[in-house]
Write a protein that binds this ligand. Structure first.
Ligand code: SF4
Length: 432
């Protein structure tokens, strides 16, 4: 186990000896290997509580049980790779050994179509299911104090009921499930009683927070959750780093977001500034709604930092869409923009459209930077922008030159770093 994992293990799992583990011959090489690349939720909620089990495993060829986990479709679509790997494992395993596929990778079940025998797929609550199978007291943890980030992370809901056409959710299932407000209150009360200092900063996380409660209460209840967490005197800061779907922010949710002065960070993904493209990719909001929501949050909570994501290179995107996206950025004034290229996989509904070329995509990024500057002429606006590249090609000279020009022209610009060799463009600027 790496030292950072050990550190997490020590902070998250109460060490306990299990004397029954010799009874089971379990191999978990694939879990240990792929879990390192998993998302924060999978690691904190499921993987770390599973560590006591993973410490007592046997080599692959001796195993009666082979545990398998894969990030499957975290940033890219690995469905075919996972199906192929499971077929290979099935061929090479000891006779009679059972394969247990955990988490997102359980989505491969439909691809395998009964091809492998003696295989179990557990997409949800798999740590708890492993605990029951191997007589261990382990299960998912939805309230975790992260002593590195120094926040109490809470996952009040899992899954998402939408199927945006650029998102893995369009071809991947994860059970939608909320924790009740009573459960959340009971857990917070216990934490307040035992370790109130851990409640200072709360990080509320989920793939879709705006749908919180629909399965239990028949309507979204994020606003009630915000009021509940805000009501604890021990809580000084609340952050929402992911999971806020702009088109699902109801008037009640917006009111709660504006009400709580403890909110310091809010992530709301604009994706694009073109209503035509928003419709094409299946987002529920319009640009006007986004403008209104950002405006109200900025006015009522001037200290909240708003993070957003935009995608460039969407099918049918044209230079007018890029202008509109730059305009929306200037109007909504997010503090931090993650600028991603759209990456198409064959399983996405958007794959049916012709995809725009790499050079066109790069031209759009260059123009986006130019438009931001042109549009920011009358109004000073400070922001940070990251442009991640998933393709193994450094940024072109054209783009680097544009960033350099922007840096040079702007006396307020504070250059933080330009690392094309790491496929990341990162700058902090004030447009004026
Ligand atoms: S709301 Fe978010 S998580 Fe849900 S499908 Fe859309 S992009 Fe994916």
């Amino acid at each position: 186990m790496s030292s950072s994992l050990k550190q997490k293990h020590q902070c998250l799992v109460t060490p306990r000896e299990y004397d029954n583990l010799g009874k089971y011959k379990i191999n978990a090489d694939f879990v240990k290997f792929y879990a390192q690349e998993e998302c924060y939720r999978e690691l904190m909620v499921s993987y770390y509580p599973m560590l006591p089990l993973l410490e007592h495993t046997v080599p692959f060829e001796e195993a009666d049980y082979i545990l398998y986990m894969h990030m499957y479709a975290r940033l890219e679509d690995y469905s075919d790779f996972v199906a192929k790997q499971l077929k290979n494992i099935a061929k090479q395993r000891k006779s009679g050994a059972e394969i247990i596929v955990l988490g997102k990778a359980a989505n491969a079940e439909k691809l395998l179509n009964g091809y492998i025998s003696n295989i179990t797929f557990w997409g949800d609550h798999f740590t708890e299911k492993l605990g029951k199978k191997f007589d261990m007291d382990i299960k998912e943890q939805y309230f975790v104090y992260d002593n590195i980030e120094k926040h109490l992370a809470i996952w009040p809901v899992d899954g998402c009921l939408n199927k945006c056409k650029f998102c893995r959710r369009s071809y991947m299932e994860i059970k939608f499930e909320s924790l009740s407000l009573d459960t959340i209150r009971a857990n917070l009360d216990i934490i307040r009683l035992n370790t109130p200092e851990c409640m200072k900063k709360i990080s509320i996380r989920a793939e879709n927070l705006t749908e919180y409660g629909i399965d239990i209460y028949g309507k979204p209840m994020l606003h009630e959750l915000i009021y509940l967490i805000d009501s604890y005197d021990e809580v000084e800061e609340i952050e929402f780093p992911i999971g806020m779907c702009i088109g699902e922010i109801t008037p009640q949710i917006l009111e709660a977001l504006c009400y709580s002065k403890k909110i310091t960070e809010l992530s709301m993904n604009l994706e694009t500034g073109s209503d035509r493209l928003l419709k094409l990719i299946g987002k529920k909001h319009t640009c006007e709604q986004a403008r209104e929501i950002f405006r109200k949050v900025h006015i009522s909570n001037p200290n909240v930092k708003i993070f957003t994501t935009i995608m460039l290179g969407l099918p049918t995107e044209n230079i007018g869409d890029i202008w509109d996206t730059a305009k929306l950025i200037i109007d909504t004034k997010p503090d931090d923009i993650h600028c991603n290229y759209f990456i198409c996989s064959p399983n996405l509904p958007l794959a049916k459209y012709p995809q725009i070329s790499n050079s066109c995509r790069e031209y759009h990024l260059k123009q986006f930077i130019v438009f931001l500057k042109e549009l920011g002429v009358n109004e000073p606006y400070e922001f940070t922008m990251d442009c991640y590249r998933f393709y193994k090609r450094p940024l072109s000279r054209k783009i680097i030159r544009k960033i350099e020009e922007l840096n040079k022209d702007n006396k307020y610009l504070e250059k933080q770093g330009l690392l094309p060799e790491h496929f990341v463009m990162y700058f902090r600027g004030r447009l004026k």
